[in-house]
Design a protein around this ligand. Structure first.
Ligand code: GDP
Length: 442
């Protein structure tokens, strides 16, 4: 699983290493590659976009600059973002409450619903529970037979459903069977269709109302990629799913469904089917899966090297300049570009659910125009002027203002701000020097 994505990411980071020296442009390239790799893995478009934005936001900001070990920070970020994309924490089955606990399996035909019902019965029995399998798919008598066979194989009782009966009645009667047999968990194998249709949904809703299941698990085929995501969305809207069981995961080289379902629907993947046999059902651990995608071996050490080379070099160069009071307008522009790389605040806020509805959001936005204006002014200067702002006299100010489409007052304000910032930096670096001196004295 995820083989293609893992390979693509490894390739991306290898290329980063090939550059010898890393620049921010390389990082931007790498993030673009990561996004393409996600799209190739059939990850939902918006999910991939948000993912990369999230990594960029956290990686290209202060968080990394301030960190003592930026490399570790970057690895952590990518891994955490991948993990949270898939739900973060592993989510167990809800087996609390008064027995019998009812677990309702829903899904399209062929997704692996009946097989998964059997696997789940085996898993619950292994946890010391006494499950009862309930075939509630009356459209397909073969499905009842299939479940009976699975039950016999597992030594788990199967409710004797009437092939001509009403699915809701069958489930209610199964409650009686459960209490007669002393079963404490009911696994309902509901009807599947080739497509989502209204009568099926209505039937499932009725079962839900009557039985009040603690779990409504959608069984979805990982190999169908984004279709599985759409199916999950449709079922969730009607029934309110409590979890997803993703099947055939072992044969899914792309992984798009696993990476997108939680982000798109908000429903956690609780279990994954990794084979046809009855023991091939595993709990889903987002963090472990994220580690697996990144390979944890080669790829991570490459990221580590790449990240440390990039951040340390830059931070050191800047610190040196500040200490020598050589910070010039070129550096100032670089800093502004860094800030802009975070993306607009609007887009960051847009990623928060519900933030779009916040009133007065406009007031919270930084003045993008102002930042753009400052960058334009500095860009209109000659390299000599950027290095030695003190040579910028009245006639130069006029030229720069005309070149960047602003007024002379704007240029004046920028130069004043810059001079103040530089003074402050000088004081800060002096303070640092004093501290060092003090340490030496002590
Ligand atoms: P249903 O129509 O949803 O009840 O689907 P079935 O349970 O009949 O499964 C359809 C096919 O998928 C069967 O051939 C199963 O053996 C197979 N299947 C189910 N789960 C998995 C899985 O996790 N991995 C693999 N490889 N096959 C699976």
């Amino acid at each position: 699983m995820f083989d293609n994505l893992s390979d693509r990411l490894a390739e991306t980071f290898k290329r980063l290493k090939g550059h010898g020296k890393l620049s921010e442009a390389n990082i931007a390239d790498a993030l673009r590659e990561v996004r393409l790799a996600l799209l190739e893995a059939d990850v939902n478009y918006k999910v991939a976009k948000d993912f990369v934005a999230g990594v960029r936001e956290r990686a290209v900001g202060q968080e990394v600059m301030k960190s003592l070990t930026p490399a570790q920070q970057v690895i952590k970020i990518v891994r955490e973002e991948l993990s949270s994309l898939m739900g973060g924490q592993a989510e167990g089955l809800n087996l609390i409450g008064r027995p019998p606990q009812v677990l309702m399996m829903v899904g399209l035909q062929g997704a692996g619903k009946t097989t998964t019902a059997g696997k789940l019965a085996r898993m619950l029995a292994g946890m010391g529970k006494k499950p009862l399998l309930v075939p509630a798919d009356v459209q397909r008598p073969a499905a009842i037979e299939q479940l009976k066979k699975l039950g016999a194989q597992l030594g788990v009782p199967v409710h004797d459903s009437d092939p001509g009966g009403d699915p809701v009645d069958i489930c209610v009667r199964a409650l009686g069977t459960a209490s007669r047999l002393g079963c404490d968990a009911l696994i309902l194998d509901t009807a599947g269709r080739l497509h989502i249709d209204e009568p099926l949904m209505a039937q499932l809703e009725r079962i839900k109302q009557k039985l009040q299941p603690g779990e409504i698990l959608l069984v979805a085929d990982a190999m169908t990629g984004q279709d599985a995501v759409n199916v999950a969305e449709a079922f969730h809207q009607r029934l309110g799913l409590s979890g997803v069981v993703l099947t055939k995961v072992e044969g899914d080289a792309r992984g798009g469904a696993a990476l997108s379902i939680r982000a798109v629907t908000g429903v956690p993947i609780k279990l994954v089917g990794v084979g046809e046999k009855l023991d091939a059902l595993e709990p889903f651990h987002p963090d472990r899966m994220a580690g697996r995608i990144l390979g944890m071996g080669d790829v991570l050490s490459l990221v580590e090297k790449a990240a440390s080379a990039f951040e340390q070099e830059k931070a050191q160069a800047l610190a040196k300049k500040m200490a020598k009071n050589e910070f010039d307008l070129e550096d100032f522009r670089e800093q502004i570009r860094q800030i802009r790389k975070l993306g607009s605040l609007e887009s960051i806020l847009g990623m928060l659910p519900g933030a779009g509805k916040l009133k007065g959001m406009k007031d919270m936005q930084p003045d993008e125009k102002e930042i753009g204006r400052v960058e334009a002014i500095i860009s209109s200067m000659t390299p000599g002027e950027r290095a030695k702002p003190q040579i910028i006299d009245a006639s130069r100010r006029k030229r720069i203002a005309a070149g960047s489409g602003v007024t002379v007052a704007d240029v004046n304000r920028l130069l004043k701000n810059f001079t103040q910032a530089k003074k402050m930096m000088k004081q800060v670096s002096k303070l640092g020097g004093k501290r060092k001196g003090l340490k030496r004295l002590l």
